[in-house]
Design a protein around this ligand. Sequence first.
Ligand SMILES: Cc1cc2nc3c(=O)[nH]c(=O)nc-3n(C[C@H](O)[C@H](O)[C@H](O)COP(=O)(O)OP(=O)(O)OC[C@H]3O[C@@H](n4cnc5c(N)ncnc54)[C@H](O)[C@@H]3O)c2cc1C
Length: 492
Amino acid sequence: MTLSRRHVLRGAVALGAAGAVAPFIAESADAAALSAPGVVHDCIIVGAGLSGLAAARQLTAAGRKVMVLEARERPGGRVVNVKTISGNLHFDGGAEFVGPTQDHIRALASEFHVDEQVTYNEGNNLFSVDGTVTPYPAAIGIPVDQTAPEVVAGITKLTTICLSITPGKPWEHPLAVYWDSITFKQWIDRTVITAEARLLFGLICSSTLSVGPDEISALFMFSYIASAGNAANPGDMFRLLNTDGGAQERFLDGGAYRIPEAMANTLAGKIVYNAPVSTIDTRSGRAVVRTEAGTFTGKRVIVAMSPAIAGRISYPGGLSVARNRLHAGTRMGYEGKFQAAYDTAFWRDAGLSGQVIGNGSPIDITFETYSQGKHWLMGFISGDNMRRLDGAPPAVLMKQCMDSFVDYFGPQARSLAVDRGFKRWDYDEYSWGGPTGLPAPGLLIRAGTALRQPNGLIHWGGTEAAFYWQGYMDGAVTSGYRTADEVHAALS
Ligand SMILES: Cc1cc2nc3c(=O)[nH]c(=O)nc-3n(C[C@H](O)[C@H](O)[C@H](O)COP(=O)(O)OP(=O)(O)OC[C@H]3O[C@@H](n4cnc5c(N)ncnc54)[C@H](O)[C@@H]3O)c2cc1C
């Protein structure tokens, strides 16, 4: 098989096992050969995010003939390497952190010699509420008095509920209909009274899903928490929120995007880039997949992306009503990521960890990372903060983000910054927001089973369909493996 087009990714660099910096080249497979009349692939995988790449590798290892169709000019989807405004540095514009029980993404990191670094978690974090910034010890993780009776009672109740939910199948719970009929905000308001406790529970939602608690059902939030673990360790809100012992415990040396790039390298000749799929037609008994790069035929198809994005493809063979509803009722969070690079971690001199949480604006959460010899402050612009900046020119956006850093870390945040960059997800075609797909209240109990239920020849991947760590890189990988198993069994 010949390789026709070569796409050198702007800004993409990869550190080889020996540490050398080499440009990653997303080499597109020969679309003409792969779409030639009579060529029938065992499985066509739509989407070269972690989920699609994991499925493709597993099926290949099982001896199946697969090919991957990717809309963008690169692999990785919501894991992406972005250049700073100077063009001299790069950062993770999407997924960045890994933590305990995220066993599958960490196994891939290990396989491809992508080292982990521990997120700095010493000194004080900052709790920013309505413009007032209060330090609290980084070691305690969450910024409220965890001995306050109401907080204790609320956490106990939430933990008990989440332990009673089957990961990935929240609709099976006896109270699922009720919990899916109320928003998480309504559940909070009915459960706790103090402003501090309400803010804490609201933060579980905004910091992990990038929307306010009024936008999702209580059932979805419980399900998300229940999935933050593995078969041996039940999901837990602290594992979602925490740095030590939680999902932000570690970041990947040189960038998380090195993992999908390395996975894509193992699939050379099988991935066609710049091939947005418009139609998957299964009426002939084969899956006929139409893209701008040609029409491809497979015995089976895996659609490896959020239902919110899968719904933009047309399916003339027909989908179940539940799957159509899932597509129509799922949307992505509003999200952006601002990063500034420094020669020194000056905030540490002030006893600060570099971590902020709260309802600040536009940046409401920050973390410190380290890469390319620089210390980085990373800030999320989440939920309504991001929505309010709809249409804001990049310069305005960057200034407001830097203003937030100054509010938190002082004027040095601006004066010492050697570089900066921004990644906005809401306008990003083929993601349309982040970090994950969010079902509208009432959808899970009516259409949740359609997350994984194949529709004839079509199988559904993507992190949203994971049992554990849905919404995270780990969930993307396990979803990919599950779809590969389904297809392998169906073809056997
Ligand atoms: C800002 C941000 C921060 C995050 N932080 C973390 C973190 O710290 N840790 C963590 O574990 N997770 C994090 N996540 C979530 C993580 O990135 C995702 O869970 C994961 O990458 C999803 O992988 P996926 O393969 O399921 O989907 P995607 O990565 O979305 O892959 C889907 C692929 O399908 C392609 N596609 C879409 N439409 C078409 C089409 N019509 N035809 C062909 N291809 C198409 C897309 O281009 C994409 O490549 C973050 C996400 C964001 C946005």
